[in-house]
Design a protein around this ligand. Structure first.
Ligand code: NI
Length: 175
């Protein structure tokens, strides 16, 4: 297992569309394990391959509420695809490991169904609501080159990104 460096804004890889995975290799399984470890270490609740500089359609997430005593609930998803969204929407305050110190309220469908392949290549369909639904949409957005800030007003987006880029520069000059 290894911790992977997380790509920060304004790295262009965050704006690229990731390609579907054709074969799940041992290397890809290792990558997903490393992504999960990197996400837990950050700490965060989701991570998409773009965020570690890989343009493959892979996401990992764990939205269990550990403070509320829930058991970890890790997911590793290959080629995830939203097959249904609820009409009803809800608003969550979102953040992103690639946008340091930035948060903003994003309105998204309250519930979604997602089809994906697991690490063994088995197909699943997951129906989710609450934080998990938000997290799935946020991570699948990443695979399409979309950031949560794209869902904010221009004023709020500019503010969040300006600050995040400043923090990113400071971190890079320290390392
Ligand atoms: Ni993110």
């Amino acid at each position: 297992m290894a911790l992977l460096p997380i790509v920060l804004v304004p790295d262009p890889v965050l704006r690229h569309v990731a390609k579907p995975v054709e074969t799940i290799t041992p290397e890809l399984r290792q990558l997903m394990d490393d992504m999960l470890e990197t996400m837990y270490d950050a700490p965060g609740v989701g991570l998409a391959a773009n965020q570690i500089g890989r343009l493959e359609r892979v996401i990992v997430l764990d939205c269990a509420d550990k403070q509320d005593g829930e058991e970890p609930q890790p997911y590793q998803m290959v080629n995830p695809e939203i097959t249904w969204k609820s009409e009803q929407t809800s608003k969550y305050s979102e953040g992103c490991l690639s946008i340091p110190e930035g948060t903003g309220d994003v309105q998204r469908p309250t519930a979604v169904r997602v089809r994906y392949l697991d690490r063994e290549g088995q197909s699943h369909e997951l129906e989710a609501d609450g934080l998990l639904a938000t997290c799935l949409q946020h991570e699948i957005d990443h695979l399409n080159g979309v950031l949560f800030t794209d869902h904010l007003s221009k004023l709020k987006r500019d503010m969040v990104l300006k600050k995040a880029k400043k923090v990113a520069r400071e971190r890079q000059s320290q390392s």
